[in-house]
Design a protein around this ligand. Structure first.
Ligand code: 5GP
Length: 251
């Protein structure tokens, strides 16, 4: 069997050249990292769950007209996505204070924000993805003014969609991170949602109990990450109800 060409290996995913030009196969690993890879582990089944959950969210976004890189899921751990140029920003949307915002501004975790707040971090592992302003983004040419308007609108649409979907299953969307891709259609460029949307990149709290159902379970040693992600998947109907801890999905 011919070996596939690896394009890039990140902390949680591997990208391979896709079967058709302009496509990429995105493989979800079981590796979990936190604090800029200072904390590492392999979490059985995480990749399978994130592949499924990201498919679910990206399909939902497409249904409401938000463009994404997702084409189709290929198997348990892989999905076919559209190749794009990644804008070197992490776009974070916050509904409640938590994590780095709580630390930076001294606001108690869980405090509801007056409105969703969008932040930008420069994607650079060596620098620890520092927070940047729109001045930095414009001056260094990471995105144009028009791009920034489009990114803000995409981020808020993703927030509205994700908040609603989560609320319907008793989960509060505290915050999340997305990445944006640039694609070219002839002479025109468009921005689309890229990378993944999963509990690795969101904060998800049970509305009743406040239980954390996201990567903070790993970051803060709060129990089984697979149990937390499986709970999210089960509530969304992404996993069969009986399958709680060990995903054994075929296709
Ligand atoms: P914070 O800035 O509070 O650490 O993170 C805000 C939100 O963005 C959280 O939901 C967090 O999971 C997500 N996030 C921030 N940076 C990263 C990152 O480098 N990788 C992933 N997967 N998520 C991130």
């Amino acid at each position: 069997m011919a070996r596939r060409k690896k394009i890039y290996e990140g902390k949680a995913k591997i990208l391979y050249e896709g079967p058709e030009p302009g496509t990429i196969v995105q493989y979800f690993k079981d590796d979990a990292t936190a604090f800029n890879a200072e904390k590492k582990d392999v979490i059985d089944g995480k990749g399978v769950l994130n592949n499924r959950l990201s498919e679910f969210f990206m399909n939902g976004l497409a249904q409401i007209g938000v463009p994404t890189h997702f084409i189709r899921r290929l198997n348990m751990r892989e999905q076919l996505v559209r190749s794009c140029e990644i804008v070197p920003l992490e776009v974070i949307v916050r509904n409640y204070a938590a994590g780095s915002m709580s630390k930076r501004l001294g606001i108690a975790e869980g405090t509801q924000l007056p409105r969703p707040i969008v932040e930008y971090c420069y994607k650079d592992d060596a620098l620890g993805d520092p927070l940047v302003t729109e001045e930095h983004i414009a001056a260094f040419g990471w995105a144009s003014q028009q791009d920034m308007e489009d990114i803000l609108s995409l981020a808020l649409r993703v927030n509205d969609f994700m908040s609603g979907v989560m609320l319907a299953v008793g989960i509060r969307l505290v915050d999340f991170k997305i990445e944006i891709g640039r694609v070219y259609d002839g002479d025109y460029q468009r921005l689309i949602i890229a990378d993944e949307i999963s509990p690795d990149s969101c904060r998800l709290w049970d509305i009743e109990t406040g239980q954390k159902l996201d990567k903070d379970v790993f970051r803060r040693d709060l129990g089984s990450l697979t149990d937390a992600y499986s709970e999210v998947a089960r509530r969304l109907g992404v996993l069969p109800k009986s399958n709680v801890t060990k995903p054994t999905l075929i296709n």
